[in-house]
Write a protein that binds this ligand. Structure first.
Ligand SMILES: [Zn+2]
Length: 205
């Protein structure tokens, strides 16, 4: 069962393949599900717009970036957390997420940066994961002009979130990590047309 099946408040951008999703690191998959639950508690939904990327997919984004045709910068193929160099390219250590309101409206990162900040704060308070003997720490892309990006890095961050986030962040430690139930669900996972139309940005980091 795909990790996006039957999770409240979680949908997937049209065009992503099962490989793009299934090759997101398993622990990261669990945390994205928790993020969806966190979002639902605030009346929002989240939409995955990028997960694991092949070399070809990353190269496309990279070429778009250097041609200045994309909103966000893109790393060279083989260096992005989305490619998974730390996992021998098997699993992505990053995922890109749009936030959507109850009407299916995509929240633009520039206009709703404070809301994205709350998800960033939640993310960065999660514990590290260990990959090939190294601890990787959560990092929100809002630190580097990429607020749809949620990834892992090493070493641990030592600075606070951007001051532009203000003091609106909740206390993420109060929100537990919720591991997906193995029970099947009959919830639909189709992406609403409005969400597809709204999700026009992609992190290329
Ligand atoms: Zn990203």
């Amino acid at each position: 069962m795909a990790f996006t099946d039957g999770v409240e408040g979680l949908s997937v951008k049209e065009g992503l393949t099962s490989e793009n999703l299934d090759r997101v690191h398993p622990e990261l998959q669990d945390r994205v599900q928790s993020l969806a639950t966190f979002a639902a508690s605030m009346g929002y939904r989240i939409q995955i717009n990028s997960g694991w990327r092949s070399y070809t997919e990353q190269n496309y984004l990279y070429q778009q970036s250097i041609a200045r045709k994309s909103k966000y910068p893109a790393a060279k193929p083989g260096t992005s957390k989305h490619n998974g160099p730390e996992t021998n390219f098997q699993y992505s250590l990053a995922i890109d997420i749009n936030i959507i309101d109850s009407n299916g409206k995509f929240l633009k990162t520039a206009s709703y940066f404070n809301i994205y900040c709350q998800y960033g704060a939640y993310w960065e308070n999660l514990p590290p994961i260990t990959v090939n003997g190294t601890d990787y720490y959560p990092e929100w892309g809002g630190r580097f002009s990429d607020p749809v990006h949620y990834g892992y890095r090493t070493p641990k961050l030592t600075t606070q979130l951007p001051s532009s986030c203000g003091t609106t962040a909740p206390l993420p430690s109060q929100v537990p990590i919720i591991v997906q139930s193995t029970q099947p669900s009959n919830k639909p996972t189709e992406v609403a047309a409005a969400e597809v139309a709204a999700a026009k940005t992609i992190c290329a980091g």
